[in-house]
Design a protein around this ligand. Structure first.
Ligand SMILES: [Cu+2]
Length: 120
C-alpha cells in the first residue's frame, strides 16, 4: 500500500494484478500510512472467505478457491486504489466482479485489470 509508486501513480497497491494459486498467502503491507486492504461484498470466488484489514495494519489473505477477487483500499478506492487477485487463471466470476459496488476510478481500473488478466 503506497502513496506513490515508482511510475508516479498516487494511492496504489504496488502490485495491481496479483496472480496466485490455492494455498498461497497474499500479504498486504502498509508501507505508507492511511491505507487498508479488503475484499468487496460478492466480488470474490464462491467459498472464499472475505477479508478486511484495518487502516495502517498488515493483513493476510489465504487463498482457498480459484477465481477473481477484487481488493480495495476503502479510503482511496474511488481514486483507483484497487487490485485484482487471479487464482488458477479462473475468470469465471468476471461478471460478479464487474457488478461489484466500487466507486469512481476503482471500477474502471478493476475492468482494465480483468482485460489485462485475459491478455496474458
Ligand atoms: Cu489507500
Amino acid at each position: 500500500m503506497l502513496n506513490e509508486n515508482d511510475a508516479g501513480d498516487r494511492m496504489v497497491f504496488s502490485q495491481e494484478l496479483i496472480r496466485a494459486k490455492v494455498g498461497d498467502v497474499i500479504r498486504f503491507v502498509p508501507t505508507d500510512r492511511s491505507h487498508n486492504a479488503q475484499s468487496v461484498r460478492s466480488a470474490l470466488p464462491e467459498g472464499q472467505d472475505d477479508f478486511k484489514g484495518r487502516v495502517n495494519k498488515e493483513v493476510e489473505y489465504l487463498v482457498t478457491d480459484t477465481g477473481l477477487t477484487a481488493v480495495i483500499c476503502l479510503p482511496h478506492q474511488s481514486m483507483g486504489m484497487v487490485a485484482l487477485i487471479v487464482v488458477g487463471n479462473d475468470l469465471s466470476n468476471e461478471a460478479q466482479i464487474l457488478d461489484a459496488r466500487i466507486p469512481g476510478q476503482g471500477k474502471d481500473k478493476i475492468a482494465a485489470l480483468i482485460e489485462e488478466a485475459k491478455a496474458i
